[in-house]
Write a protein that binds this ligand. Structure first.
Ligand SMILES: C[S@@+](CC[C@H](N)C(=O)[O-])C[C@H]1O[C@@H](n2cnc3c(N)ncnc32)[C@H](O)[C@@H]1O
Length: 273
């Protein structure tokens, strides 16, 4: 058995599963006492319940390896699907230089992935990444730099409040994965969610649905920022389909659909102006 296999066995004996034990050993490439100490400390964080994504400090999302830490939400597989829908819609439009706004950018997962994938096909998109958390904007900027993605502006704002007025009527695509868990539901969910920022997960209730306030604001205000024929794509909670469709109709979107995610749950509002 080589040295790394011994370490993997040590971590499995301590209680980690084999896959995660391997990842940690690969991550730290422990060749001296210091690195072995750092790896054991990381393993302890995982054993104490912290998500593996924060312990490793990075995680794949579509084509990108994103730096992650507890300042930002861990991007979910459903959100990779959202990016797929946005990408397909943009490619159908054959725009040369689309302007994209990512509301609640967090790690930058959605907007940066779109930028990266579009550029691989020669489409030179520009991204405005918005978040009310300055910490999240720092993580987005770090991920943009990590992947040498230019054309990214970060804006500290509550949704559209501090967006530059010159963007009104000029945005081709607004993407958003806002907080959409109601406080009552949050109290019933897996406590592991407590490692993630509360403000990234929980939204206030409205008359129409629990945890829907941020979605209501975004759907209600997006139209004014989109070009004619522009597109809004939002992720939402399992119970939000009727409220999301109603809000899109109330906001005068003409072509509105709502799609399930890969698990068969109502998840994506796709609304065209
Ligand atoms: C569910 S997380 C999504 C993060 C990332 N887009 C993703 O999909 O992994 C929601 C994000 O919205 C941000 N946020 C919450 N309230 C906001 C507000 N009023 N205005 C702008 N961003 C907000 C949070 O800080 C968080 O980064």
């Amino acid at each position: 058995m080589d040295a790394n296999s011994f370490l993997v066995t040590e971590l499995i004996d301590a209680g980690l599963n084999r896959r995660e034990a391997r990842w940690l050993v690969e991550e730290f490439s422990p060749s001296n006492h210091e690195a072995i100490g750092a790896m054991r400390a990381a393993a302890q964080r995982r054993l104490d319940g912290e998500p593996i994504q924060y312990v490793l400090g990075h995680w794949p999302f579509r084509s990108l390896d994103l730096d992650l830490d507890p300042r930002v939400l861990i991007p979910r597989p459903e959100t990779e699907e959202l990016v797929g829908h946005a990408f397909d819609e943009l490619m159908q439009r054959r725009l040369k230089d689309p302007l994209i706004v990512d509301l609640g950018c967090g790690s930058g997962a959605i907007g940066l992935s779109l930028l990266f994938e579009l550029r691989q096909l020669g489409v030179n998109a520009t991204l405005v990444a918005v978040d009310s958390s300055r910490d999240a904007l720092e993580v987005t900027r770090a991920n943009a730099a990590k992947h040498a993605l230019e054309g990214v502006t970060t804006v500290h704002s509550s949704w559209f409040d501090a967006l530059d007025e010159s963007l009104r009527g000029r945005v081709d695509l607004i993407v958003a994965n806002p907080p959409y868990v109601g406080a009552t539901e949050f109290a019933t969910l897996d406590p592991v969610l407590g490692y993630e920022p509360f403000g990234a997960l929980v939204s206030e209730d409205t008359l129409h649905a629990e945890g829907f306030l941020d979605l209501e604001v975004i759907i209600g205000q997006s139209g004014a920022w989109l070009v004619a024929n522009g597109l809004l794509i939002c992720e939402h909670g399992n119970m939000h389909r009727p409220a999301a469709l109603q809000a899109a109709h109330d906001a005068s979107f003409t072509d509105v659909q709502d799609l399930d995610d890969m698990f068969g749950n109502p998840r994506f509002l796709i609304a065209k102006r």
